[in-house]
Design a protein around this ligand. Sequence first.
Ligand SMILES: CC1=C(CCC(=O)O)c2cc3nc(cc4[nH]c(cc5[nH]c(cc1n2)c(C)c5CCC(=O)O)c(CCC(=O)O)c4C)C(CCC(=O)O)=C3C
Ligand SMILES: [Fe+2]
Length: 386
Amino acid sequence: MPDALPADRSGHVPDSAQMPYDALLLLSFGGPEGPDDVVPFLENVTRGRGIPRERLEEVGQHYYLFDGVSPINAQNRALLDALRKDFAGHGLDLPVYWGNRNWAPYLTDTLREMTHDGRRRVLVLATSAYASYSGCRQYRENLAEALATLEGEGLYPPRVDKLRHYFNHPGFVEPMTEGVLTSLADLPQEAREGAHLVFTTHSIPVAAADTSGPVEAHGDGGAYVAQHLDVAALIAEAVRERTGTARPWSLVYQSRSGPPQVPWLEPDICDHLEDLHGRGVPGAVMVPIGFVSDHMEVLYDLDTEATAKASELGLPVRRSPTVGSDPRFAAAVRDLVLERAAAERGGRPARCALGELGPSHDVCPIGCCPARTPKPAAAGADDPHQ
Ligand SMILES: CC1=C(CCC(=O)O)c2cc3nc(cc4[nH]c(cc5[nH]c(cc1n2)c(C)c5CCC(=O)O)c(CCC(=O)O)c4C)C(CCC(=O)O)=C3C
Ligand SMILES: [Fe+2]
């Protein structure tokens, strides 16, 4: 006998005794696909967020430099393909859908389609690996808003659960480690030996960092920084093991926005490169551990801005790749899906995680990554539908 299946809120039990979920939803940020999309996209992103006009104009220029096309949508299509291939190749019969917070295909439209397709219990994979308001709760708020819209249309949308944070899953860490080794080998020989590793992620307001993760992590600097430090240490150690050289490393930040009087996480990557150069460091590899694909924050802030800064300094740098649609990442997602399915059936699955922090929670507890202005959030302990 399989474990008893929990009935969802419609009372419907999915057909397969093995799989309480009937779909996976890839939930991402979205990005513009041409010059006419840029302003409406930025309006979607920043609605009600108080970002200064000048910052928006500046960020618009980043997109125009690439003909108004963010690579993020193509990267998500590639990830969808990789997930479908991996699932099909391993007998996991789970349809995969895709919806975005800020651009088409919009989350609400995808969830409407899923409702029409009869999906009743959906697992969500967000393209953000870490805790924080921007990287987790905001996605959950968007889910709640989309579900409320569909209910307002008289529909009965599925119940949604979110996969746990995967920053420390080997399928996320290993491809990045391999990328660092390749980037080191690609540095000019005289820069290679003493090169530093510069792990980088999105800066967020210090107040948001301090309250990231479950309440127990608050006040201690929060889960966001701790999780990034864990991944950085893991990659640095793996690189040491495989090259025989222990390299100095740091965690730095990029893509700051918001008014200058509000403190955000520092140091900024460009200031850090200047500092390294000033200390006589011969080279560096920038490792974008905060991101899941080589989207605009990587292409502009690292490959354009930070790389220009480095060449102005005469500091040789390389930027290592993100996981993107690496088959090992797709396999990690399958592992996380099966793990969660087993946990939902009442089992005690093995939970794959490297580093010091251990596997993250399945369900965000109350008070996790609070918003400045409280809003309903789905797929957490405070979800009114759970
Ligand atoms: C933690 C984090 C991630 C990583 C986790 C995740 O991936 O979710 C992330 C990803 C991304 N951020 C992106 C784009 C933007 N983020 C902005 C603004 C902001 N991001 C923030 C944080 C994060 N952002 C914050 C605290 C703000 C300030 C406003 C607010 O409090 O909400 C703005 C407004 C202009 C500006 O200020 O830069 C834009 C255009 C894109 C798309 C790239 C593409 O198009 O390829 C992606 C993947
Ligand atoms: Fe962002």
